[in-house]
Design a protein. Structure first.
Length: 137
C-alpha cells in the first residue's frame, strides 16, 4: 500500500510533527490515552462517539502510520499501535498553524480577542496571569 507524502507543520524537539486532520485527531486521542492499542480496541473506544465504520478507523490508523504519527508492532494477527509524537507537540503545532493563518503568528492579538469574548472563571484568570508573569524576561 502506498501512502502520500507527509506534510510537516512544525518540529517538536527532534521529531517532525505531521499535520493531523480532525478525524485523525479523534483516533490519536484514543491511542495517546490507551497505548499500546489494537485497531479493534480503537474501534471499540470510538463506538458511540463517532458514526464511522471500522474500515474508516482502520484507514485513519494506516494514514497516521504513513504520516509517522503512529508506529506499530505486529503481534500474531494484530497490530499494536503506539504514538510516535507527543500530544503536546501536536497541540502546539496545530496552535501555531492557527496563529499563523489567522493572526499573522502573533499570540497577543489572539489572546486579547479570546479573552474579550469569553467568560473566564477566577481560577482561569489566575492561571493565565501566572503563565504570563512567568513569560516576562
Amino acid at each position: 500500500m502506498t501512502i502520500g507524502k507527509t506534510k510537516i507543520t512544525a518540529k517538536a524537539g527532534r521529531a517532525a510533527v505531521p499535520r493531523i486532520t480532525e478525524a485523525e485527531w479523534t483516533v490519536m486521542k484514543v491511542v495517546w490515552k490507551q497505548a499500546p492499542v489494537t485497531a479493534n480496541q480503537v474501534v471499540g473506544a470510538l463506538e458511540g462517539q463517532v458514526d464511522w465504520k471500522p474500515k474508516t478507523i482502520h484507514t485513519l490508523l494506516r494514514r497516521l502510520v504513513g504520516k509517522k504519527a503512529l508506529g506499530f508492532e505486529k503481534r500474531s494477527r494484530e497490530h499494536l499501535f503506539r504514538p510516535l509524537v507527543e500530544a503536546q507537540a501536536c497541540e502546539h503545532a496545530a496552535s501555531r498553524s492557527f496563529l499563523d493563518r489567522f493572526f499573522g503568528g502573533q499570540v497577543a492579538p489572539f489572546l486579547a480577542r479570546l479573552v474579550e469574548h469569553e467568560r473566564l472563571s477566577p481560577s482561569e484568570i489566575s492561571r493565565l496571569k501566572r503563565i504570563l508573569d512567568g513569560k516576562q524576561s
